[in-house]
Every structure is written in structure tokens, then in C-alpha cells.
Design a protein around this ligand. Structure first.
Ligand code: PLP
Length: 389
């Protein structure tokens, strides 16, 4: 038998940016969809049932980002969506511009050559500088390159929201395309492909309460996409392979719930404000990174000078509170975060940064539990002189 995870009832789960707990409605829909066994490419009734389930989910995912259903290409997750976007415009004519705080699946997701790739810097608050973007694009304009810019909608570590709509305008004026990794932003802020101006948008189901291993690249019409996986005609020939029917169904249900919940993000914001206020009362020397920037309503990156993030994460875990140190996307390993480095955060501060991320299931009890455990840890650390008193 597979051991079940600790009950959410006796833990405070505050790591939604790593993954959100699967929603009850999603779990039920997923289980039911496992019974839809037909191959969606088959013409018989069983196949048609699977196709119908996929297309219903496609409509719901498209609605979450104000896109047309036919613009949605289902992938195995956010990582593949990013890789597909980056591979889509490969070739000699393109020059890549990536913000320095992109997720590793973007930074390492394409065939980049140093001569044709520019890393775009961010401010101390973790926001891209649009003037620098414009200057960089202008630099290579006369050389005849087409710019391909990847700028995430919101950062996974700090929650810092990027000015994607403004960047899109600059990129389009320069004759280029803009891809935005919206894996963390989806369901946490309103996203509309038209307003954003993005040509491609990456999404992942498990960050919004869907199952893992399913995501999408949403592509504006007329933007060509070179498939990464070839051979089959699935996903309008953009992504070969028999579809993950149950995963796609789960994504559809999660997207529908996330769209409805966008109206209620205020309560998550209030809980985050209480958390930050409480944390700063306990450790007035702590810094909320990206604190002055527009941020996702659910994300708080709290850096305690002189503390070690892993000590805090382990201490909190033992007290029944789940948070992460910087980005724990890949393996939970703790190493200097490229995001905080790009923001110019001093190493002594960066090494004490924890990410606390809330979601639809977060309660005021969770916040109290976090603050109780955080307070006890900081007190102990101060007593052992690891943190300046
Ligand atoms: N992009 C961002 C900003 C993320 O935070 C993550 C995962 O944490 C990914 C992409 C990768 O998504 P997936 O886990 O679905 O591959």
C-alpha cells in the first residue's frame, strides 16, 4: 500500500508554489476520467468519449487565460510547455532574451548560444527593467535579428509580477515574439492573452490544484510552432503522443475552479498580510523580498539575516508547517538562488530566505501555526546567537 501524505488537518501546508493540494472536485473528476479508456484518436464510440472529455477541458483551460480553445496545446507540464515555446522559434533568425529570474526550465530549456542570447537584468525588487529591454532590442535591430523574449508573468520564489503587457508592446514594435511562463500566475491573478499581448503562455495544472504531469502551451493564432515531439497528429500536430486524458480532465476542472476563485483572492491576501506582519513583529530585522513590487497575492519570501533557510525549513517542518527554501521546484535541494542573486540580495540575507506560499485551502489557523513555530525558531536562533539580537 502507498503511504498517504500527512493529513492536511494536522499540518499547515504553506508551499502552494511547489504544488497545490489536489482539489476534491479534481480528484473525483480524475478518478472518473480514468474510466474513459478509449484512445482519443479512435473514431469509435470509446474514442469519441475520450475526445469529448479532452475538448471540454480545453475550453475551460482556455477560459482561464482568455484564449480560444484551439490555441491550447496540452503538454506534460510547465517544463515541457516552456521547452516547446523555446523550440518553437528555433533557427538562425532568432535572438533570445530571457529575464535573469526565469524558472530553470526556461533558462536551460532551449538551445541557447552565448552569442545570440541575452539575460535581462532585474531591479533589487525583482522586476525587469523595460528601458533595458528596449535598449537591448534596439542594439540588435539593425543586424536583422528577430527577438524572442521570455518573461515570466510572476516569479515562483518572490511572487514578483512582471510587466508583461508593456514588454509585449516593446517586443512587438521590434518585430519579435514574447513568451510568458504563467505557471505561478495562473489562478492567482487575472490573465488575459489579449491584454497581456503574449504570443505564448505556459501553464501547469498542479499549481492550481490539478494533477501533476499535465500542462499547456497556449499559442496565439498565426504564431507557428515547431513540435518537440513528432510522429503523431495529436494536438493539431503540435505535440505527438496519446493524450493524458485523465490529467487533461483534471486540468480542466482545476482551471474552472481557479477561474471562479479569482474573485476571492482578497482573503488569501489578507492572510498573507497577517503572516508578514506577524513575521516582522517576531523578527524586525527580516526583509520581505520584492516587498515593494507588485506581487502575487499568495507568495511571501521572507529573509532572516544570519539565519539558514534549511534550519528554518526543517524546524518549521518538525513543527508541522510546510514551507520551502527559495525555489524547491526540482529536488528540494538548497543552493544559492539565481533569482535572489539576480536581484542583488546579499548572500548573508539570501541564505536565510524562505518562501511561504498560500492557497485556497489556507486558514488563519495555518498562519497562527506558522507564526508560533517561526517565533519559537527565531527565539532559539537568537539565543544561540545565530541571529543578531
Ligand atoms: N515555471 C515555473 C515558474 C514554475 O514554478 C514551475 C514549477 O515549479 C515550472 C515552470 C515547471 O512546471 P512543471 O512542474 O509543471 O513542469
Amino acid at each position: 500500500m502507498i503511504a498517504a501524505a500527512a493529513s492536511p488537518l494536522n499540518r499547515a501546508y504553506l508551499d502552494y508554489n511547489a504544488t497545490a493540494p489536489i482539489r476534491t472536485e479534481v480528484r473525483e473528476a480524475f478518478a472518473e476520467a480514468l474510466g474513459i479508456f478509449g484512445n482519443p484518436s479512435s473514431v469509435h464510440e470509446e474514442g469519441r468519449a475520450a475526445r469529448t472529455a479532452i475538448e471540454a477541458a480545453r475550453v475551460k483551460v482556455a477560459r482561464l487565460v482568455g484564449a480560444a480553445p484551439e490555441d491550447v496545446i496540452f503538454t506534460s507540464g510547465g517544463t515541457e510547455a516552456n521547452a516547446l515555446a523555446l523550440a518553437a522559434q528555433s533557427g538562425d533568425a532568432w535572438r533570445y532574451y530571457l529575464s535573469a529570474i526565469e524558472h530553470p526550465s526556461v533558462l536551460a530549456g532551449g538551445r541557447f548560444y552565448r552569442e545570440t542570447t541575452t539575460l535581462l537584468p532585474v531591479s533589487g525588487d525583482g522586476v525587469i527593467d523595460l528601458e533595458i529591454l528596449a535598449i537591448e532590442l534596439e542594439k540588435h535591430h539593425l543586424e536583422g535579428w528577430r527577438p524572442f523574449v521570455s518573461l515570466m508573468a510572476a516569479n515562483n520564489e518572490t511572487g514578483g509580477i512582471q510587466p508583461v503587457a508593456e514588454a509585449s508592446e516593446i517586443v512587438h514594435d521590434a518585430g519579435g515574439l514574447l513568451h510568458s511562463d504563467a505557471v505561478q500566475a495562473a489562478g492567482r491573478m487575472t490573465l488575459d492573452m489579449t491584454t497581456l499581448g503574449a504570443d505564448m503562455l505556459s501553464l501547469s495544472a498542479h499549481k492550481i490544484g490539478g494533477s501533476k504531469g499535465i500542462g499547456a502551451l497556449v499559442v496565439k493564432p498565426r504564431v507557428s510552432v515547431e513540435p518537440l515531439l513528432k510522429g503523431g497528429g495529436q494536438e493539431r500536430r503540435k505535440r505527438a503522443g496519446t493524450e493524458n486524458v485523465a490529467g487533461i480532465v483534471s486540468f480542466g476542472v482545476a482551471a474552472e475552479l481557479a477561474s471562479a476563485d479569482l474573485a476571492n483572492t482578497g482573503s488569501i491576501g489578507a492572510l498573507k498580510a497577517a503572516l508578514e506582519e506577524g513575521a516582522l513583529a517576531i523578527a524586525p530585522e527580516a526583509v520581505i523580498l520584492s516587498g515593494a513590487a507588485p506581487r502575487l497575492v499568495n507568495t511571501s519570501c521572507i529573509a532572516v539575516p544570519g539565519a539558514k533557510a534549511e534550519t528554518l525549513v526543517i524546524g518549521l517542518d518538525l513543527a508541522g508547517v510546510a514551507v520551502s527554501a527559495g525555489s524547491a521546484c526540482s529536488s528540494g535541494k538548497v543552493e544559492a538562488s539565481h533569482v535572489l542573486r539576480a536581484m542583488g540580495v546579499a548572500p548573508e540575507l539570501a541564505q536565510g530566505a524562505i518562501r511561504v506560499s498560500l492557497g485556497i485551502g489556507t486558514t488563519s489557523d495555518d498562519i497562527e501555526r506558522f507564526l508560533g513555530a517561526f517565533g519559537a525558531l527565531i527565539k532559539r536562533l537568537k539565543q544561540s546567537r545565530k541571529v543578531a539580537a
